[in-house]
Design a protein around this ligand. Structure first.
Ligand code: NAD
Ligand code: WQD
Length: 338
């Protein structure tokens, strides 16, 4: 039976994707170097699905590991999550990001080419839109990343576009995620950031559990209804399901395609805080501070293309995103270390 290779499958989004692929009756094999994940997430996926998940610890830049993987398993497609994602770190260590994200993907594509596997779904990001001219953002909006992380995503998109132009036998899905949050409803898997979180939802979760004293709201003077930044938060399970649909789409339509993955609904920082207070049942302390450099006032998707072409729609709202994040955080205060 053919399998889908899931790179970065031990990570936040990848582990949720593993669950959805297995629960829709598909065979997977996971490759992850565990640089930002724990093997415990794979064990949790096994508990949720009641299935054994074949796992290889290794790096996408390692040709030997990839060669063996494609030799040992009958792989027909790749869902490519493996990569680094911290914007601030990418500014401090840009070469680390170009090596891992761009060179890593190049090595993966070479191994796929050697194995005759030409179907790939790539984790891109709404960050490729840089400072959007207007919202909602459609796939035809101009791109222009504003940091090395974003540029690494854009470079991979361009590399894959050029690859397709040179060989139309490839089937390539470029998925631009907006702001993934939430956790699996079982409370068994979720986001487990190292150190102090950079992103809003894990930061609020750690305030709620008492690990951090208060939330810093980065600016309340944006041209938005309450002055705080607006984003399109999307439940990670909705996001994971979009990957199942993207692979089905590529099997139907052999081409390259770009899709935005968001709900189309924007929420402000204070909206999210309020929804999380409802989820955890108490008021959470916050302070308004200066804007964070590089932040845009608002970013939310026009998800119409994904809704139509992928036959997919985000189902879960902000209440469930917060409730599931809270269930994960409160049952695993130390993440997978618990
Ligand atoms: P994550 O860090 O939880 O998952 C990435 C996984 O890849 C980790 O398990 C890590 O150990 C693994 N990995 C990293 N480099 C590797 C390498 N060279 N070889 C093998 N494994 C490697 O991050 P995530 O939030 O699950 O993100 C998954 C993908 O989605 C990333 O490519 C990220 O850039 C992209 N993305 C994430 C977000 C977000 O906000 N979470 C938004 C847009 C796009
Ligand atoms: C959301 C809102 C902040 C933290 C980042 C990456 C992007 C993508 C997703 C990978 C903003 C505000 C945040 C805090 C706050 N990742 N905020 N206090 O910046 O939209 O996107 O993650 O591709 O590339 O840039 O997400 O969760 O950091 O911020 O007020 O402590 O919350 O200003 O308005 P962002 P975020």
């Amino acid at each position: 039976m053919t399998r889908t290779l899931i790179t970065g499958g031990a990570g936040f989004i990848g582990s949720h994707a593993c669950v959805e692929f297995v629960q829709t009756g598909q065979e997977v094999v996971v490759l992850d170097n565990l640089s930002n994940a724990s093997l415990r997430s794979i064990h949790a996926v096994e508990r949720i699905t009641q299935k054994n998940i074949p796992f290889v610890e290794g790096d996408i830049r390692d040709a030997d590991v990839l060669g063996k993987l494609f030799h040992d398993h009958e792989i027909d497609s790749v869902i490519h999550f493996a990569g680094l994602k911290a914007v601030g770190e990418s500014v401090e260590q840009p070469l680390k990001y170009f090596d891992n994200n761009v060179n890593g993907t190049l090595r993966l594509i070479e191994a796929m080419t050697n194995a005759g596997v030409k179907t790939i779904v790539f984790s891109s990001s709404a960050t490729v839109y840089g400072t959007p001219e207007h919202c909602p953002i459609s796939e035809s909006a101009p791109t222009g990343a504003v940091n090395p992380y974003g540029r690494s995503k854009l470079m991979v998109e361009q590399m894959l576009q050029d690859l397709f132009a040179s060989d139309p036998a490839w089937r390539i899905s470029l998925l631009r995620y907006f702001n993934p949050v939430g956790a699996h409803a079982s409370g068994e898997i979720g986001e487990d950031p190292n150190g102090i979180p950079n992103n809003l939802m894990p930061y609020i979760s750690q305030v709620a559990i008492g690990k951090l004293p208060f939330l810093r709201v980065f600016g309340d003077d944006y041209p938005t209804p309450d002055g705080t930044g607006i984003r399109d938060y999307i439940h990670v399970v909705d996001l994971a399901r979009a990957h199942v649909q993207a692979l089905k789409f590529l099997r139907r339509e052999p081409r390259i395609a770009i899709h935005n993955l968001g709900t189309g609904q924007g929420y402000s920082v204070l909206d999210v805080l309020k929804a999380f207070e409802t989820a955890c049942g108490r008021k959470l302390p916050f302070e308004i501070t200066d804007r964070r450099s590089g932040d845009v006032a608002e970013s939310y998707a026009d998800p119409t293309k994904a809704n139509c072409e992928l036959e997919w729609r985000a189902e879960f709202g902000i209440e469930k995103m917060c409730a599931d994040s809270w269930r994960w955080q409160s049952s695993h205060p130390e993440g997978f270390a618990d």
